[in-house]
Write a new protein. Structure first.
Lengths: 184, 295
């Protein structure tokens, strides 16, 4: 697992190293490029923790560059590699901008909070319900979930694949694991 | 020949319109003297707009500084003269701000690059918290939105204006129009303006009504930008949400029009057209004191 402290990346990226706010598009683009550079050294499948603990505030433009464009790139048809992101240290001071860009682009992400990992953003009720079940069960097969829900396996499989394409669950062999959940 | 442009006693957004009305018939390359001797008060908008005005002239204009000691002292504390000295021939005594911290929330500050926006946000953040929570009786959450609003509006210069502009932030009691404490952000530039910016949009379809007012409506209300990137336009949309949530007034003047998001406490019109022409964009955000808790 990679851990990227966005406060450190910010200070390495902008010319003055005293800044603590993620603001402006050029800064956001530079921070995203730096994140991708750090991820380039990673394996084919990676889980990266993006840590906001040392970032005071983030504006909409920067959130669009850092979060939306990163997720759009790695949730696309042909991503550079299979990358998952877990967001840590997100407070109310970051949330408004994050929520806004997730809504704008129809994105969702996994966020680590005091009471565990949650998915936030744009998800259907069904996606949310399946994600919660995967998180609760740990490593799970589509067939097991279909049994729990009393639904056809194909339907559950389709939702799991959607969650995998959105990088909210990992697909390990035939099994699925929620980000931040037990891998078993 | 030098044309004298009189600055009214109160130089706010309305006062600046009086300045522009006098300026409208004057050829751009004609020498002007901006006579502020009898000016008694200026808002952040007035001061930043006055610097912007100088940027629009082909010949360096002259500025007669205010005669009132208190007025000229305040203008000095805002760092107005630091930049006016480069843009105007100053007539009269123009003191400089004494070293050390000032009571101004954010002095007049040039904005041209992304780094300038970082500087502005970092500088204003701590003072803003104190003023917004303790003087305006607002929830602490409003502080973050305030900083985001400031950042996004300043970025408008970096991303769209094509030349540098100015920002200033100040808290004051707005006796004339509200009778309450307010914090005002003013961001002014003499760049290409909203209409020219949107005309650069790829694939833009011309319609029957296309003028400064239509451009402002497109950008501010509908979130249209000149970029293909679907993530663009979120900054102004975020500013709109902030204004709606915190009963804040936003007004943007560009070219010959001015658009405003008007909260209940104000009686402004949402769109004013056929104003005296002025290049660039002049933005004003007014956050009022809360008179009764609503949350």
């Amino acid at each position: 697992m990679n851990h990227i402290d966005l406060g450190t990346v910010l200070r390495q990226t902008v010319s003055a190293n005293l800044y603590s706010n993620l603001v402006t598009r050029p800064t956001g683009a530079a921070v995203r490029n730096q994140i991708e550079l750090l991820m380039r050294e990673a394996h084919e499948r990676t889980l990266t923790v993006l840590d906001f603990s040392h970032v005071s505030m983030m504006d909409f433009s920067c959130a669009d560059e850092v979060i939306a464009k990163l997720l759009l790139r790695y949730c696309a048809e042909n991503p550079p590699h299979e990358a998952y992101f877990l967001f840590r240290g997100v407070t109310d001071d970051h949330w408004e901008a994050i929520e806004s860009v997730l809504e704008r682009h129809g994105l969702a992400l996994a966020i680590e909070q005091e009471d565990g990992v949650h998915v936030v953003g744009v998800l259907s009720e069904r996606e949310r319900r399946v994600w919660e079940a995967v998180k609760r069960r740990g490593r799970t097969l589509a067939a097991d979930l279909a049994g729990e829900f009393g639904e056809a396996e194909g339907e559950v499989q389709s939702t799991l694949d959607s969650l995998w394409r959105r990088r909210l669950v990992m697909h390990l062999d035939e099994q699925y694991v929620a980000l931040g959940g037990e891998r078993g | 020949m030098t044309t004298v442009i009189n600055v009214p006693p109160s130089l706010d957004d309305q006062g600046f319109e009086q300045v522009l009305e006098q300026l409208a018939p004057v050829p751009q390359d004609e020498k002007i003297l901006v006579d502020a001797r009898h000016c008694r008060w200026a808002s952040p908008y007035g001061l930043t707009a006055l610097l912007t005005l100088a940027q629009t002239r082909a010949e360096r204009p002259a500025l007669a500084v205010p005669e009132g000691e208190e007025t000229v002292g305040y203008w000095a504390r805002t760092d107005f003269f630091k930049y006016a000295d480069e843009l105007y021939e100053l007539h009269g005594t123009a003191p400089r701000r004494a070293a050390g911290d000032s009571r101004v929330l954010l002095e007049v500050t040039p904005v041209a690059r992304s780094e300038d926006v970082h500087d502005v946000v970092e500088r204003v953040q701590q003072k803003a918290q104190q003023i917004i929570v303790h003087e305006l009786n607002m929830d602490a959450r409003a502080t973050v939105g305030f900083a985001m609003t400031l950042s996004e509006i300043c970025q408008n210069i970096v991303e769209h204006a094509g030349r540098g502009g100015w920002v200033a932030v100040q808290a004051y009691t707005w006796k004339k129009r509200l009778g309450r404490r307010v914090v005002q952000i003013a961001v002014c530039d003499a760049g290409i303006g909203f209409r020219n910016s949107l005309e650069g949009a790829p694939g833009r379809v011309r319609d029957d009504r296309w003028d400064d007012g239509a451009a402002l409506e497109a950008a501010v209300i509908r979130g249209v930008t000149r970029f293909r990137d679907p993530g663009r336009g979120q900054g102004l949309a975020g500013v709109r949400r902030y204004c709606s949530r915190w009963e804040t007034k936003l007004s943007i003047r560009s070219g010959t029009a001015r658009i405003a998001l008007v909260p209940k406490w104000d009686e402004d019109v949402p769109l004013e057209e056929n104003l005296s022409p002025f290049p660039g964009a002049q933005v004003q955000v007014t956050v009022p004191e809360r008179t009764a808790p609503t949350e």
